[in-house]
Ligand binder design. Structure first.
Ligand code: ZN
Ligand code: FE
Length: 255
């Protein structure tokens, strides 16, 4: 199985997983780069997975469905390009011989889902859309801080080796904020160097991993005393976990 991030728009990735013959793609906001990749690698598009309703994740679905006949999957409760198979939390789908579990992860949008699966002979994959970014998380457009904290806690409980396939290349910007929160985090400093080197060569910083994110991502670290302390320098009233998380997200929004 090959995992490829297909760049789209300014900073989106449309993730493609293929076995040399058949492929699935996640969040095709644009059909054109997907069609080009299918031609380049001589692949048939089997399925299209969508994480949430935003246009930069759904814009290419109709054209791809028409051109390839691929089956579309998406969240049960969001406005989606029809027809599609609607998925709820706990659903399991088998695609390209791969068993993918559906996790409801509200916060960025209220019906946002993620897909997690074991890959034979390789590390597991997580397609998390705009919920978890490397060193960051999605903005709370529809959900509450409590929902997003619960969603991220759920993702953090996945195996450390899980390859985190986020839908945006936001890593360097997220790292600047993460270092404002934790200037002395050695893992964070090392990761920034690594990520800068990749971007200088125009290479993706993704996929990341759950193990790495637990070490560098402030939004997965709000339970740590050092993080609570840093957040309270900005918002002295942030005490319980949800308030600390909310204050951290607000801090980032204004950063
Ligand atoms: Zn989005
Ligand atoms: Fe997006």
């Amino acid at each position: 199985m090959k995992l490829i991030p297909i760049p789209a728009f300014n900073d989106n990735y449309i993730w493609m997983l293929h076995d040399g013959h058949r492929a699935l793609v996640v969040d095709p906001g644009d059909a054109q780069p997907v069609l080009a990749a299918l031609t380049q690698h001589e692949l048939t598009l089997d399925s299209i997975l969508v994480t949430h309703h935003h246009g930069d994740h759904t814009g290419g679905v109709d054209v791809l469905r028409q051109r390839t006949g691929a089956q579309v999957y998406g969240p049960a409760t969001e406005d989606m390009p029809e027809p599609l198979r609607r998925l709820v939390n706990g659903d399991v789908i088998t695609l390209l011989g791969l068993r993918l579990e559906v996790l409801l992860v509200p916060g960025h949008t209220t019906g946002h889902i993620a897909y997690w699966g074991q890959v034979p002979g390789a590390d597991p994959v997580l397609f998390c859309g705009d919920t978890l970014f490397s060193a960051g998380c999605g903005r709370l457009f529809e959900g509450t801080p409590a929902q997003m904290l619960a969603s991220l806690t759920r993702l953090a409980a996945l195996p450390d080796a899980t390859r985190v396939c986020c839908a945006h290349e936001y890593t360097l910007g997220s790292l600047r904020f993460a270092l404002a929160v934790e200037p002395d985090n050695a893992d964070l400093l090392a990761y920034q160097k690594h990520a800068q080197a990749l971007r200088q060569q125009l290479l993706p910083t993704l996929p990341s991993s759950i193990g790495l994110e637990k070490a560098v991502n402030p939004f997965l670290r709000t339970h740590l005393p050092s993080l609570v302390h840093a957040v309270q320098q900005i918002d002295p009233n942030a005490h319980d976990p949800v308030a600390v998380f909310a204050a951290l997200r607000t801090w980032k929004d204004k950063f």
